[in-house]
Design a protein around this ligand. Structure first.
Ligand code: NAD
Length: 485
């Protein structure tokens, strides 16, 4: 669905490519080390999580600076909240629950087979590959790592080439914390991503665009590598009639403008009752002025990642204008942003389906406002489009909220706010349909990187001899009881 650009041409990618690690050799080395060392103990896994936590604590300022250099400017608070805090919080959660997650699960044994026992044991799958995007370059590389380490795996990470400073910091940070045959960061471009997707990993996590996700899954299928695909798309925010439109606008704009909208779960567009639209627009305008009274030098307002994405976003606005939308640029101090890569928050009113703002994932500070007459129509609108990664609904009437949750399908939902379901360590995260498949975070992350091995433990004294030939009367009696024949 989405056509977000763009990777440097191959000539520039070469310069970014890691000459010290050949991906195939690294994978072979990890597989050999894993066979030699066997399944890591609880203590070894906790040690891995602790090393990662200590590295993040020690390099916090470097992380803030590297990401900011990559973006042109990235808010320090956004980096601390959405990268450092979220990963460290995920580590704490995994550490606190690891014993319980690793515990073999006792299952019910069919009575015919008693007194045997049945269990499910979680075993590390082996070596996990992670291909990550640029928008939260630390978190998107390291949160899957937390789940994979907790589950006892070795991991190879390929960060995005659009964030070279962060990628090389990650390589350094991980290289100091872990032996090369436990966790390795390989730096490179789309070509290295393609190579990764062709490697016989035991599991591959891809976070990025839906377009590239399809290519990755196709390549992974050659080796029957299971994939977790964390993709993009258009996440709606539905404002119901029992929620003050201005209050909804404040929360939607806060979600939209965090990281200047470059968030996979940002509210992409708003669905607002026609009668509430004017108040909603006033609310968006007021909220923007309060949160970002200035833009150009405001340290809280993040830049667009590169010129190509800046041009893409501007082209969406131009396209909307040319096709007859009303466009409202929210630039509270009326500054020129020409010398920066910042883009003013922009509302698009009366958008139509052929406009790029409604056809493509926006991934920037532009909010189209689609109006509806009835809640039925709003729900139908969501269901007429590919299943979103996130959905936001605002209402104080629980029946309305329950209806929206039940009648739409999305990766996750935050009610009466935006994006906060992602920050809950105990909730799984993942898309559905075009927004992805599989989950990570929480216990589901541990499970995604574990083989659930089914085990039947036969008892010393048992009756299964009856099931071996020569079959006799005793089995006939049992079968009569079981299936009536
Ligand atoms: P992208 O798909 O262009 O790139 C993601 C990664 O894939 C990069 O590391 C890139 O080098 C690599 N890559 C590029 N071409 C490849 C190929 N042919 N084979 C294998 N790997 C390849 O995405 P992006 O521009 O970095 O990120 C933006 C997209 O990611 C948006 O669509 C956004 O919604 C999505 N996203 C999703 C989540 C989520 O959790 N669901 C999180 C962040 C971003």
């Amino acid at each position: 669905m989405t056509t977000l650009p763009s990777h440097p041409p191959p000539s520039q990618q070469q310069a970014l490519t890691d000459a010290t690690h050949d991906p195939r050799t690294t994978l072979l080395r990890m597989q050999a080390a894993q066979q030699k060392a066997g399944t890591p103990s609880y203590e070894q896994r906790v040690d891995g999580l602790d090393k990662l936590d200590a590295a993040l604590r020690a390099r916090q300022d470097d992380i803030v600076e590297a990401i900011s250099r990559d973006f042109g400017h990235r808010s320090r608070h956004e980096t601390l909240l959405a990268e450092v805090f979220l990963v460290r919080s995920g580590i704490r959660h995994a550490r606190a629950h690891l014993r319980e997650w690793m515990e073999p699960g006792e299952r019910e044994t069919g009575w015919v087979f008693l007194p045997a026992r049945t269990q499910v044991v979680s075993q590390p799958v082996g070596v996990v590959g992670i291909i990550s995007p640029w928008n939260y370059p630390l978190q998107m590389a390291l949160l899957p790592l937390v789940g994979a380490l907790a589950a006892g795996n070795r991991v190879m990470i390929k960060p995005s080439e659009l964030v070279p400073e962060t990628a090389s910091l990650l390589r350094d940070l991980i290289g100091r914390a872990f032996p090369e045959d436990q966790v390795a960061v390989l730096v490179g471009g789309a070509d290295l991503g393609e190579t990764f997707s062709c490697l016989p990993f035991d599991h591959l996590v891809f976070t990025g665009s839906t377009r590239v996700g399809k290519l990755v899954m196709r390549n992974a299928s050659e080796n029957l590598v299971p994939v977790t695909l964390e993709l993009g798309g258009k996440s709606p925010a539905i404002v119901g009639s029992a929620f003050a439109p201005r209050a909804a606008a404040t929360r939607i704009m806060a979600g939209k403008l965090f990281n200047a909208g470059q968030t996979c779960i940002a509210p992409d567009y708003a669905l607002v009752a026609r009668s509430a639209c004017a108040a909603f627009v006033e609310g968006c305008t007021a909220a923007t002025a309060t949160m970002y009274p200035t833009l150009e030098k405001n340290p809280d307002y993040t830049s667009i990642i590169n010129d190509a994405h800046h041009a893409r976003l501007k082209s969406y606005v131009e396209d909307a204008k040319a096709r007859g939308a009303r466009v409202l640029e929210l630039n509270p101090a009326g500054e020129s942003l020409d010398k920066t890569r910042k883009l003013a928050p922009t509302l698009v009113l009366d958008p139509t389906e052929e406009m790029l703002v409604l056809r493509e994932e926006i991934f920037g500070p532009i909010l189209p406002i689609v109006t509806y007459e009835t809640l039925d129509r709003a729900i139908a609108y969501v269901n007429d489009h590919p299943r979103p990664l996130a959905l936001y609904c605002f209402d104080h009437d629980a029946t309305v909220i329950d209806r929206i949750i039940a009648e739409t399908i999305s990766g996750g939902v935050t009610v009466n706010d935006t994006m906060l379901h992602f920050a809950q360590d105990d909730l799984p995260f993942g898309g559905v349909g075009h927004s992805g498949m599989g989950h990570y975070h929480a216990r589901e992350g541990f499970d995604a990187f574990s083989k659930k091995k089914a085990i039947f433990r036969q008892a010393r004294l048992n009756s299964t001899g009856l099931m071996r030939p020569p079959f006799g009367k005793a089995l006939d009696t049992v079968l009569k009881f079981l299936i009536g024949s």
